[in-house]
Ligand binder design. Structure first.
Ligand code: PMP
Length: 358
């Protein structure tokens, strides 16, 4: 008998060193940790979705080009369908961008603290990460941006507006200046864009290497569906279409995404209500011994001044309230990120904080 070669089933060296991305999911009464919408989509939407999924030809592959979904998203943003690329959550949009424009020997720039998945997805796709630091108040320092872009010559530069986890919104001037300085593609992640006073969508143009990513997970109350998209130049969308797996968007999701946009007025009203609730919650948080960052998103970042952040997080959990503990994230020692919930949920959080902090 010939001897079998010894098997070696090991991940890539860089994957073996990674910790992965973790966000604890615990059964609690008040869930304010993952920036979801506090309420499900309108009942009329779920009823119509039920009717439409009964008509799906389940034995057939879905429309590979997601024609109707792209058309509906294009209509929402007043662009052409060939400027729209959709995928399974905006995370998959970001991954497809990295697979297409990043990879071995290429670099992506991020400015910390920011959304952890930008550097994580970059690394997963073999893209090197050039990391810059934001100022102490987490605003972007253009000298630092200049230094990182000049030094790292990144193929992709990530901005996040509003930025997760700080909630800060980049100004139009900042995005334009980054576009001038960046040697490659600029990605503005607007997962929370609808909650902010302006959007970089207006800057998208065939002649500009800029894409803006959006998600159905927040505003559209559809985190369960996993759907996100980007708006960008059509020449870039054509490249992404080559890279993404065939039939990556199932028929159910395509229908859900198209139908949801028919309820845009209801969603606009919900966004307006959340923005108002954000104002109320932020003001109440400022009355407590907390540093509170100004937010343009559906969450608020805070840092307790008198009690350790980990202890506050645990004390809230003991009261069945889950917020995001950011202690292990770069430069966010002691910080907690709180999703805007319903009025009742936020009141529960405020009275628990009152108890824990004073
Ligand atoms: N970008 C940012 C800034 C986010 O906070 C999130 C969700 N946490 C995403 C993208 C991913 O959203 P999804 O994959 O649900 O569309």
């Amino acid at each position: 008998m010939t001897e079998r070669p010894q098997r070696r089933v090991q991940p890539r060296d860089d994957v073996a060193l990674m910790e992965g991305y973790h966000s604890p999911q615990v059964e609690v009464k008040v869930r304010l940790n993952t920036n979801e919408a506090p309420e499900p989509p309108p009942t009329a939407f779920t009823e119509r979705l039920g009717d439409e999924i009964r008509r799906i030809e389940w034995h057939r592959y879905p429309d590979r080009a997601a024609t109707e979904l792209r058309a509906a998203i294009a209509d929402l943003h007043d662009v052409r369908p060939d400027q729209v690329f959709a995928a399974n959550g905006s995370n998959e949009v970001l991954q497809t961008l990295c697979l297409t424009y990043g990879g071995h020997g290429r670099t992506a720039a991020v400015f910390e603290p920011t959304y952890a998945l930008h550097s994580h997805i970059a690394e997963l796709t073999g893209t090197s990460v050039a990391s810059g630091e934001r100022r102490d108040d987490f605003t972007l320092d253009m000298d630092e941006v200049d230094r990182v872009l000049e030094h790292g010559r990144p193929d992709i530069t990530f901005l996040c507006s509003p930025n997760n986890p700080s909630g800060l919104v980049e100004t139009e001037d900042t995005v334009r200046r980054v576009l001038e300085l960046a040697p490659g593609l600029v990605v503005v992640d607007e997962a929370y864009g609808q909650f902010a006073p302006w959007s970089a969508l207006d800057l998208v143009h065939e002649e500009r290497p800029l894409v803006v990513t959006r998600t159905y997970s927040k505003t559209w109350s559809m985190a369960a569906a996993r759907l996100g998209y980007l708006i960008g130049p059509s020449w870039l969308v054509r490249e992404l279409d080559k890279v993404v797996l065939p039939y990556h968007l199932d028929s159910f999701k395509q229908i859900a995404g198209r139908l949801a946009l028919e309820y845009r007025h209801e969603m606009d009203a919900r966004v307006a209500a959340l923005v108002e609730e954000r104002g109320r919650l932020s003001a109440a948080l400022r009355d407590l011994p907390l540093d509170v960052w100004p937010s343009g998103a559906n969450f608020v970042l805070v840092r307790p001044q008198t009690v350790d952040g980990n202890d506050v997080w645990q004390a809230l959990l003991d009261r069945s309230i889950l917020v995001r503990n950011c202690a292990s994230w770069p430069r966010l020692d002691g910080c907690l990120r709180i999703t805007i919930g319903t009025e009742e949920e936020d009141d529960a959080l405020l009275s628990a904080l009152q108890e824990v902090l004073t």
